[in-house]
Write a protein that binds this ligand. Structure first.
Ligand code: SF4
Length: 380
């Protein structure tokens, strides 16, 4: 098979791995090129590809499920490094996201992935962004080599617990071992003062896990393992896989999880601030921040000209950037009108019922907060 066909097939299979991708660009290479937000901000196009779609793993939802009748392909390191370089030199991409199936031997596959990155760094002197997938169960010295070469690494947990992971896969996986490797990466980054980070990915809705289970794991990953991001991938059934008859997860579930995740990661919310119903699910109609605000009338309205940063962050429609701008601008002059507030980037439509300006209430909440409170307290 020619290299181009290989690239298209292994690029197509890589789309199930998430890497901070934004909307895909329309082009002949849209399978392969993914605009992604970088850890320090800014957005670049990444070539996203699998090293191999061969996999000894038996994950019931996966496009690379080992019993699927599909052609198994693999790059060799020099070939993939040159391919990437030609994309880079033609200006299609500025970075690489390299993932992979396990291959026949995960250590061997990881070794070859690292060799690819090493060729790029040392032979072709590529200094741009590389996100390298770490395969489950690989040796720690390979992880260290990967960390030396890549900007970001990730191990996919796929599920919030061992019990849930077993429902997704026949593969022998030791969940504690996965967490152990994540911890090893964290410790290596800290010990060696590396300017690198790690992320992970969870499949949502394939193992009957609740939103609360997912976000409890997420909170633990942010607090104890210092992960940069957790990505959520709403389950979609693929033909011929053991889960082909399972219902797809509604996208709104993924959206609500990302919103709650954002609160935990950027807004200083504690897990106990996220409200779940009796089935441990997030509300599909109302986003988690608005839900929190409606159920905590005791902390609102917040006075725009006096509130501290964290109180401002609790206001729907005010995010970290607008909260910082409000505080900076306030040092010079107190806010006098909502027009001035709008210039901070705050979404006034959402914020007005929860703030006062110089003591003045700007808009009354029209929903029946007490009723909502009663219903959710009963459900919880
Ligand atoms: S280990 Fe599982 S999820 Fe990963 S590529 Fe193999 S079958 Fe797919």
């Amino acid at each position: 098979m020619d290299i181009e066909s290989k690239l298209f097939q292994l690029g197509e299979s890589a789309r199930f791995d998430l890497c901070n991708s934004r909307k895909e660009r329309e082009s002949n290479f849209s399978y392969l090129i993914h605009p992604a937000v970088l850890p320090g901000g800014g957005c670049i196009n990444l070539l996203k590809v699998l090293y191999t779609n061969e996999c000894s793993g038996e994950c019931f939802y996966c496009a690379n499920y080992c019993n699927l009748p599909k052609k198994r392909l693999s790059f060799i390191p020099d070939e993939l490094a040159r391919l990437f370089l030609s994309f880079y030199q033609q200006g299609f991409v500025k970075g690489l996201f390299l993932s992979s199936g396990l291959g026949i031997n995960p250590n061997q596959t990881q070794q070859e992935m690292i060799d690819t990155v090493e060729i790029l760094r040392k032979k072709f002197l590529f200094r741009g962004y590389i996100h390298l997938k770490i395969l489950p169960g690989v040796k720690e010295d390979l992880i260290i080599r990967g960390l030396d070469l890549a900007d970001r690494v990730s191990i996919n947990l796929e599920a919030p617990s061992e019990k849930r992971l077993k429902m997704l896969s026949r593969r022998k996986v030791n969940y504690d071992d996965l967490l152990g490797k994540i911890s090893f990466i964290k410790n290596t980054i800290e010990r060696r003062y590396l300017k690198k980070d790690q992320t992970t990915q969870l499949v949502i809705g394939a193992s009957e896990e609740s939103d609360k289970e997912v976000l409890t794991r997420t909170y633990n990953l942010y607090q104890d393992f210092l992960l940069k991001r957790v990505y959520y991938s709403a389950f979609k059934p693929l033909p011929s896989t053991p889960f082909s008859d399972k219902e797809a997860t509604p996208l709104i579930r993924e959206v609500r999880l990302y919103q709650a995740d954002f609160l935990l990661r950027e807004y200083n919310f504690h897990l106990k601030d996220i409200l779940f119903d009796s089935g441990d699910t997030l509300n599909k109609e109302i986003d988690p921040k608005l839900m929190y605000a409606r159920l905590h009338p005791e902390i609102y309205p917040v006075e725009i000209n006096k509130a501290d940063y964290f109180s401002l962050l609790k206001v729907p429609g005010i995010g970290p950037k607008s909260a910082k701008r409000i505080i900076e601008n306030r040092r010079k002059n107190n806010y006098k009108s909502t027009v001035e507030l709008k210039n901070t980037g705050a979404v006034l439509k959402r914020a007005l019922p929860f703030i006062t300006l110089n003591g003045k209430i700007l808009e009354k909440l029209n929903e029946d907060t007490n009723q909502l409170k009663m219903e959710w307290r009963e459900a919880m």
